[in-house]
Design a binder for this molecule. Structure first.
Ligand SMILES: NC(=O)c1ccc[n+]([C@@H]2O[C@H](COP(=O)([O-])OP(=O)(O)OC[C@H]3O[C@@H](n4cnc5c(N)ncnc54)[C@H](O)[C@@H]3O)[C@@H](O)[C@H]2O)c1
Length: 400
């Protein structure tokens, strides 16, 4: 694919590194930046034939087949509008919108124009995540009951993130979008998110938005998706996911502990360690190939394959819209201190049904509550009578 990059900042460079690495055939051919010097520098760094300070020129350029939005949150909708006007495929960084209303308008524009709309949720494409999803889909951890996704760091790197109007909020919109979509994937995207309970506060930074929040998303099948997000965390970037199922558990650490540990006195140099690392001396936790660990190459491969195969990618504009709707409910709940409904005017998954609980039977008359081998070798079975509800235990001494 021949790609136009909109923006030349932090994520634009991460994406460019991913796209131009390892002899990939999909290349950037154009960059738009409002600042000519930045556009020129970016074009030079990545050997691009074209650069411009006009967004429309970048999108409409005849060499451009797909547009990659790497602009601040308040510019996503404007950029998608121009892509729809010129009927150019579009892939947009996270969050899709600042609110569900904004995201829905973007979704509608893409669908009306008949163009491809990919949502660049990289953390749903990390190698560890993809392998976890494959295990979950094979049923290896049973029914997913609870997921926990945490993203925390000391705060973002540009002014606009800290301006509620431009960003749409604080840590919830910036980091919660990742965590919520991770939870949705684990629990099942066809399962409707029903309501959200969220605590949020501004604990450290002198801003209007929240810099710390914890939330629970309740799904129609009874599963709970927990998110923990912070711009107040010290010590780097903490990216961890946990999944608990009826038959198993998965724990993932995507960044602070990837199996690479290093010590330096700092006398030999003072280089870059990893995104948001707060120190470059002492014991360090570098990340081998950040772009790969964060999922970018797998994400772009899925996006471009999806276009060629005329199918949806794993992460779509519709997913971005559902994430925004969940985050809207989180913001409402942080204010009201109540469970708030997730309002989805456009729901494309299963209709919510009564959660059917299926208990494990021990025999015709009893359910099995629990089985455990004790330190003395005995096996204890805790049972509940199906009719009377009486709970009893049965002990087997050693091996019979
Ligand atoms: N893991 C991820 O997927 C990830 C990580 C970081 C950022 N992001 C997202 O990427 C987007 C950009 O974030 P970033 O970290 O690159 O920010 P950044 O500040 O580093 O870069 C933003 C770019 O937009 C340009 N810009 C700013 N205001 C503009 C305006 N009014 N008009 C035109 N251009 C303007 C800047 O000059 C810069 O080129 C955001 O939506 C952010 O949420 C995603």
């Amino acid at each position: 694919m021949k790609i136009a990059m909109l923006g030349s900042g932090f994520i634009a460079r991460f994406y460019a590194e991913s796209l131009h690495s390892q002899r990939r055939k999909d290349h950037l051919v154009m960059v738009y930046s409002r600042n000519e010097e930045n556009a020129k520098r970016f074009a030079g760094d990545y050997n691009l034939p074209h650069y411009t300070t006009f967004m429309e020129e970048a999108i409409a350029h005849p060499d451009v087949e797909i547009v990659l939005i790497s602009l601040p949150n308040h510019l996503h909708e404007i950029a998608v509008g121009v892509c729809a006007k010129f009927k150019k495929h579009v892939i947009c960084t996270k969050p899709l919108g600042r609110t569900a209303k904004e995201a829905k308008r973007m979704l509608d524009q893409v669908e009306k124009a008949g163009i491809f709309g990919g949502y660049l949720e990289d953390l749903c494409y990390t190698p560890k995540f993809l392998k976890s999803m494959a295990s979950i889909k094979r049923g290896e951890i049973g029914n997913v009951l609870w997921t926990k996704s945490r993203e925390a760091h000391p705060g973002p790197h540009s002014d606009w993130f800290w301006d509620k109007e431009k960003s749409g909020g604080g840590a919830i919109i910036d980091l919660g979008c990742h965590c919520v979509e991770i939870g949705r994937n684990f629990i099942g995207k066809n399962i409707k998110p029903l309501e959200v309970m969220c605590w949020a506060d501004t604990q450290v930074h002198p801003i209007e938005a929240e810099d710390h929040a914890i939330g629970l998303v309740k799904y129609a099948n009874g599963a709970i998706g927990q998110f923990e997000v912070s711009w107040t965390f010290r010590g780097g970037m903490d990216l961890r996911d946990e999944v608990m199922g009826t038959e198993g558990t998965i724990w993932i650490n995507s960044f602070l502990r990837t199996g690479f540990e290093m010590f330096t006195t700092g006398k030999g140099g003072d280089g870059y360690v990893a995104e948001k690392a707060e120190s470059n001396t002492g014991w360090l936790f570098p990340v081998g190939d950040e772009a790969h660990e964060l999922g970018y190459p797998h994400m772009f491969t899925d996006m471009f394959n999806a276009i060629e195969e005329n199918r949806q990618p794993l992460e779509t504009f519709y997913d971005g819209y559902v994430v925004n709707a969940i985050l809207d409910a989180a913001y409402k709940s942080a204010e009201s201190k109540l469970w708030e409904p997730v309002i989805l005017e456009d729901w494309r998954g299963d209709e919510p049904e009564e959660h059917q609980k299926k208990w494990n039977s021990h025999d015709e008359d009893h359910y099995l509550i629990k089985e455990e081998i004790l330190p003395n070798g005995d096996t204890k079975l805790i049972l509940r009578h199906k009719q009377t509800g009486v709970v009893t235990q049965k002990v087997t001494h050693g091996k019979e």
